[in-house]
Design a protein around this ligand. Structure first.
Ligand code: HEC
Ligand code: HEC
Ligand code: HEC
Ligand code: HEC
Ligand code: HEC
Length: 303
């Protein structure tokens, strides 16, 4: 008898807790709302995402042009994904396209009807599921397939997120009362910064002859090709400037692009021939990201 009563009481308790949480549950969050809706609580993450290339993947001028004004449906899957997959590219969605790659496409799973993420959280407004793949490069694989393959052969211990979603301690929430109910956590930068290579990411040796040079260049710092792309057209320029008595006498360059790029830890040899004998040569590396109009300088060294 006692057992039955306590079971009864327990179930009442459970039932009331459940309805207590239901008060906080916001059903529309489970219907793949636009990113702006998530900003009601995750304001800081939303603001970062808004600055990311992911938020522009549909409305970017480059994409609009390359798809002939959205005529090529085969180009939709990674640019307006419905729900990301690990091994294959996602299906494309019909709603909220202007959002590009939005919050729910990366986080919401139909299978569990919940937000998947790196943590085990208590999140009354919507159910959440802890999913450790969010901490690994695999989560990027479905769309960044070429880059992922290059990363895999580099055998790097660093995941894509370590460099492209650097973490800072903070709150996941900027809304009363939730912001006071949760401990600070690592918040990963949702602007997905591309970053830029540093001087010491390259090993450069120059062999000088009377009127020519051989440049030996190795990407020793970035665990994927430079430049790398699945569809974009980023470029890297290796420029040689020859000097005689302090005056520039000649310059030439070699261009790298995704199909001919600097793989991790593999030496590449480039030869340049000057118009006349020289006494100094400057090696410059510049890059142009696929969506940028201008080039940026990565490094400059004299030999
Ligand atoms: C749903 C497909 C998809 C997933 C998943 C995805 N990306 Fe992307 N990513 C894209 C697309 C498409 C672009 C290009 C958007 C544009 O510029 O129009 C992009 C752009 C980027 C850029 C900017 C590249 C540049 O040219 O400056 C970085 C960095 C990046 N993604 C990193 C990541 C990382 C890290 C992950 C995993 C945590 C990830 N992405 C997951 C599709 C995806
Ligand atoms: C009414 C507030 C509210 C709204 C709106 C909201 N969330 Fe959350 N979310 C929470 C709370 C609370 C947590 C837990 C925070 C913590 O533990 O620090 C959370 C956690 C998360 C997590 C982490 C899950 C994990 O297991 O790591 C993800 C991902 C997430 N939300 C995605 C979203 C997305 C996507 C949207 C928009 C569709 C959204 N949330 C809208 C309140 C909200
Ligand atoms: C391209 C996929 C992608 C998009 C788009 C995306 N996220 Fe995330 N999000 C991730 C990944 C990957 C992690 C886990 C990073 C880690 O732990 O290394 C994450 C982590 C989180 C977390 C847990 C806290 C943290 O930073 O680790 C929350 C909350 C979250 N995202 C909410 C959002 C919201 C809200 C949006 C839209 C404004 C959004 N995400 C857009 C991939 C994405
Ligand atoms: C050790 C840090 C590091 C790791 C790990 C890393 N990247 Fe990068 N990535 C960079 C840097 C730095 C650049 C900028 C290179 C440059 O100067 O143009 C870059 C550039 C990119 C670009 C822009 C393409 C280009 O060449 O302009 C994309 C897309 C990208 N990374 C995706 C990824 C993905 C996906 C992963 C995981 C599979 C990953 N990265 C792992 C550091 C890293
Ligand atoms: C397998 C996933 C995938 C598919 C399918 C895809 N893209 Fe992309 N796209 C990406 C990723 C990832 C990037 C980010 C940089 C990179 O790796 O090229 C990108 C970047 C771009 C960019 C450069 C960024 C910008 O906004 O200017 C353009 C243009 C582009 N894609 C056009 C297309 C076109 C055209 C198609 C169809 C022929 C297409 N994409 C299909 C994944 C994809």
């Amino acid at each position: 008898m006692r057992k039955i009563i306590s079971l009864f009481l327990l179930s009442i308790l459970f039932y009331s807790c459940d309805s207590l949480f239901k008060v906080f549950q916001e059903e529309d969050l489970l219907e793949r709302p636009p990113a702006k809706r998530c900003a009601d609580c995750h304001r800081d993450i939303y603001n970062q995402w808004k600055e990311s290339r992911h938020s522009l993947s549909w409305i970017s001028e480059g994409y609009k042009k390359a798809t002939q004004n959205y005529k090529k449906t085969k180009c939709f899957s990674c640019h307006i994904p419905y729900e990301i997959k690990i091994e294959e590219k996602p299906h494309w969605r019909k709603k909220h396209r202007e959002d590009g790659i939005n919050c729910v496409s990366c986080h919401f799973k139909d299978e569990t009807k919940s937000m998947h993420g790196p943590y085990d959280v208590f999140s009354p407004p919507h159910p959440s599921t802890e999913d450790k793949t969010y901490k690994t490069s695999k989560i990027c694989l479905g769309c960044h397939q070429e880059t992922y393959k290059q990363w895999l052969v580099s055998k790097s211990e660093k995941q894509c997120q370590d460099c492209h979603m650097p973490a800072k301690k903070g709150s996941l929430i900027q809304k009363f009362p939730f912001e006071y109910l949760h401990f600070p956590k690592d918040v990963h930068n949702h602007s997905f910064p591309t970053g830029i290579a540093k001087d010491n990411d390259f090993l450069i040796k120059v062999e000088k002859n009377q009127t020519s040079i051989k440049v030996y260049i190795t990407n020793t710092g970035i665990p994927h090709n430079i430049p790398t792309a699945d569809n974009g057209k980023p470029k890297l320029y290796l420029i040689a400037v020859f000097y005689k008595d302090g005056k520039e006498i000649y310059r030439d360059f070699e261009m790298f692009f995704p199909k001919k790029s600097l793989a991790y830890n593999r030496e590449y040899i480039s030869e340049f021939i000057s118009v006349e004998p020289f006494d100094k040569v400057k090696i410059i590396l510049e890059r142009k990201l696929s969506w940028e109009k201008k080039r940026e300088k990565i490094l400059e060294k004299e030999f």
